[in-house]
Design a protein around this ligand. Structure first.
Ligand SMILES: O=P(O)(O)OC[C@H]1O[C@H](OP(=O)(O)O)[C@H](O)[C@@H]1O
Length: 331
């Protein structure tokens, strides 16, 4: 190891990290691809000559990227995919290490793009001609299904929730309208009252836990509840890299709480110093509320999530948090 000297990160890498943090790049899949791209840039722009220093530098870039947003597991999964093999024996020259990072980052991005098309193909099959579908927030995986169903000639109507406070529902509405899909925007508070018009729900995911629970944009679990009340199918569209290996060993998915000022303006906060605003960005939908999880490897029941995780990630190695507990006990 070098003596703890870590080179400055390239400005492009810092800019991608900032954009993810500020949600200029958002959506769990896009975040993961942007992180892989940042790692690729960091590797290509490294100007030192030491393999050990390169590895240390890449791990610092990885830490920076993972720290930007806490909930979507696609982010650490993508970062681990790109950098974890640097620790393996045999990566003993700078050129080997650099080309490993560059090739794995490119492979991840390619995989993510292909996964989205496969999800559209599997998911399109659950949409019937004449369906009215409710979606929430803005999910590339969910939107892809709806666009493909429309392109295949199915006459569909999509209800898109506004998705306060950041109104990602507008992005969904605009991308569907561009493709010629019929769209209705509704406030989230109207979900239960319009559920009688809905044939099925399709949403995305930020993280899928080992028990099949789905963490997605806040409000998703209320939509699932309203769908269940009427016996309406509730589908989740997601790449398998949003399945969390950490939950297989009991880790809780951290829920991101964002700034108070996304909900209430500075002036109101200044007028009422005792006022506190809670702004959770995500919530958890239990597996029993979910009809199926549409992935690039097929449509799976939520109860099969742990099998997918073991297939994708192997049996989990001991996670850092558990190691820390064990070390505490050892003292
Ligand atoms: O990966 P795709 O399917 O695009 O999106 C998945 C999910 O990511 C988004 O989170 P945010 O808007 O980044 O907070 C939404 O919760 C969306 O459902």
């Amino acid at each position: 190891m070098s003596q703890g000297v870590v080179r400055a990160f390239p400005p492009e890498v810092l800019e991608i990290a900032r954009k993810i943090r500020d949600m200029e790049i958002r959506g769990a899949g896009r975040i993961a691809k942007a992180a892989a791209e940042a790692l690729r840039i960091a590797a290509l722009k490294y100007e030192g000559e030491s393999c050990e220093e390169f590895k240390e530098y890449m791990l610092k870039v990885a830490e920076l990227l993972v720290s930007t947003r806490p909930t979507a597991v696609s982010l650490p999964n993508a970062v681990n995919y790109v950098v974890s093999q640097l620790k393996k024996p045999g990566i003993d020259s700078l050129e080997k290490a650099r080309s490993l990072v560059v090739s794995r980052a490119s492979r991840f991005i390619e995989y993510a793009d292909q996964a989205l098309s496969k999800i559209s193909e599997f998911g399109e099959k659950v949409i019937r001609d004449g369906d009215t579908i409710l979606t929430h927030c803005n999910s590339a995986a969910a939107t892809g299904i709806l666009v493909l169903a429309h392109k295949k000639g199915k006459d569909i109507t999509v209800y898109a929730t506004e998705t306060r406070p950041k109104f990602q529902g507008y992005i969904t509405a605009e991308s569907l309208l561009r493709e010629g899909v019929r769209v209705r925007i509704i406030p989230e508070s109207a979900v239960r009252s319009i559920m009688k018009r809905i044939d099925k729900v399709v949403v995305g995911a930020d993280t899928v836990a080992a028990n099949g629970a789905v963490v997605n944009k806040v409000g998703t679990s209320l939509i699932a509840l309203a769908a269940r009340e009427r016996g309406i199918d509730f589908f989740v569209a997601t790449e398998t890299f949003k399945f969390s290996p950490f939950t297989l060993i009991g880790d809780i998915v951290p829920i991101e709480f964002r700034a108070e000022t996304e909900i209430v303006d500075e002036e109101m906060l200044a007028r009422h110093p005792k006022l506190r605003v809670l702004n959770p960005a995500f919530d958890v939908t239990p597996p029993d509320f979910i009809t199926g999880i549409i992935t690039e490897i097929g449509i799976i029941p939520p109860q099969a999530a742990s099998i997918v995780i073991e297939e994708m990630y192997g049996h989990p190695v001991m996670h850092e948090s558990l190691k820390a507990v064990e070390e505490d006990f050892a003292q």
